[in-house]
Design a protein around this ligand. Structure first.
Ligand code: HEC
Length: 151
């Protein structure tokens, strides 16, 4: 057998093997008590946008598509969720210090304004999570107002 063939077979075996190593899922069954709505007024339309575009990486519950079990994509996803949650978790927001809450609200305004959130690579697959201009305006106005009221 040629080296290329052996290489391909080895690669295939590795690809199959890693399918069995699945990261833990970000799905909490417990109702959260420290959700953002416990400290900040979140109108229904804002909540709907956050849930649709941000909660996959910034909450205790991710909606997993069927292909979320395919490796190495699942690890990549788990890594984003872990990092995203560490920075900002809407389900724990109420437990943050007031100072942290306000700095996060400010970061929400600026990241939506700069279109760095939701992260572009996520939008390639989750097109429905993209924010329209109207969504962006709504989120920016809401986060700015909430920060001023929470100061
Ligand atoms: C695919 C996962 C993913 C989605 C969806 C996502 N984020 Fe993020 N977010 C991250 C990651 C990872 C980080 C941390 C690394 C970074 O800043 O790039 C982050 C960081 C942030 C930060 C920075 C916090 C700080 O203190 O600097 C804010 C604010 C934020 N995201 C807001 C949002 C908002 C608002 C949405 C929805 C409109 C959203 N994100 C959607 C993954 C995501």
């Amino acid at each position: 057998m040629s080296r290329i063939k052996i290489g391909l077979i080895v690669l295939l075996v590795i690809l199959v093997a890693i399918q069995f190593v699945q990261p833990a899922r970000n799905q909490s069954v417990q109702a959260s008590t420290g959700g953002i709505a416990s400290v900040i007024n979140v109108p229904e339309n804002v909540q709907a946008i956050l849930q649709n575009s941000c909660y996959d990486c910034h909450s205790n519950n991710t909606r997993y598509p069927w292909y979320a079990t395919l490796q190495p994509g699942a690890w990549w996803m788990a890594w984003h969720i872990e990092k995203g949650k560490a920075e900002l978790n809407f389900d724990e927001f109420g437990n943050y210090s007031k100072r942290r809450q306000n700095s996060k609200l400010k970061a929400i305004t600026s990241s939506v304004d700069a279109e760095t959130m939701p992260i572009p690579s996520y939008l390639l697959i989750h097109r429905k999570a993209a924010l329209s201009k109207a969504d962006q305006t709504l989120i920016k106005q809401w986060s700015e107002k909430a920060r001023k009221q929470n100061l």
